[in-house]
Design a protein around this ligand. Sequence first.
Ligand code: NAI
Ligand code: MG
Length: 357
Amino acid sequence: MHIAVLGGDGIGPEVTAQAVKALRAVAANGPQFEMTEAKIGDAAFDAEGDPLPERTAQLAERADAILFGAAGTFDSDLRPPEQRGGHALLRLRKRMDLFANFRPVFAIPELAGASTLRRDVLKNVDLVVLRELTGDIYFGQPRGIHVEGGERVGINTMRYTESEIRRVAHAGFQAARARKKKLCSVDKANVLETMVLWREVVTEVGREYPDVELSHLYVDAAAMLLIRKPADFDVIVTGNIFGDILSDAAAMLTGSLGMLPSASINAEGKGLYEPVHGSAPDIAGRDIANPLASILSAAMMLRQSLGQPEGAARIERAVRRVLAEGYRTADIMEDGAHLLGTEAMGDAVAKEILRLA
Ligand code: NAI
Ligand code: MG
């Protein structure tokens, strides 16, 4: 099994190194992985003049799965796209057609104190936001800023084809089937025609999954219910922009961005696995970033792309054990816990994975 390791910028390489440690611990008495590192983001632009060098893109395409860190920094965010580290990720997603972005959100009881929400609201939270990643208002034409009648007008176009909706709907039903068998489709069909089509197509696809309970919510109501009764959700399937917003809100159920893994999958089942967070320039290079989102992304990779559910479960159990023992990074620190740096947290998880073998 060949894994492309693209650490990228800021804390990306720091947290990705801990996920690599976890994978090596799994490999100590199990599947063997070949891991190849390559540059992406600002690091690649600075070295080779392109944030997504062709060699990196080809390595990613050839590998069985991609472990990604983060790309971009505040400095490069303001440059033109072709010089922007963060743009490398958009290009890679589009090029590999990674349309299905899964963001699991689960409450870890030991961490309930790290959230701004009440403990009883967080009890039994275990949901997945499935965000469509390659269409919607982020890509639709026409777009731009024009002058019309003497003033500036900004235009973006919400656009989905039937087949784009259908494939992400199938991914949603299949995910729900493997979990609590509930799929909630989130749209704004009361106002937007694109979303009328969304609801129609998801409903049609649903006829092929009679064992999955399908419900529909408007995005505003969904935002409210996600905070009010998050434990009621199983899989939420939605478009690119609604998924972007809802998944950040859902992230706060766990208490820290540093806890959330994600998977972006294409039709062939090839996937890119990355923490939901970015390069965090404010804490980069200080050995204080939380590596658990990256480590949990490696677990998702084992399960979803590499056919290694046992290795995935071992990583997840190890993370819970380390948290249960009271070890914390700074972002989730509580009174009486033991503070660990990035490296030490990675070591603690790797040690636990070996013990669980
Ligand atoms: P960010 O996610 O990097 O950081 C937001 C806040 O959360 C910061 O205060 C940061 O210190 C904290 N944080 C993030 N990850 C953490 C971790 N593992 N442990 C502890 N604290 C953590 O988002 P921000 O600041 O908006 O963006 C920073 C840069 O990252 C920008 O250049 C942005 O374009 C890029 N970015 C890249 C992404 C990617 O590669 N997928 C995603 C989001 C942002
Ligand atoms: Mg976002």
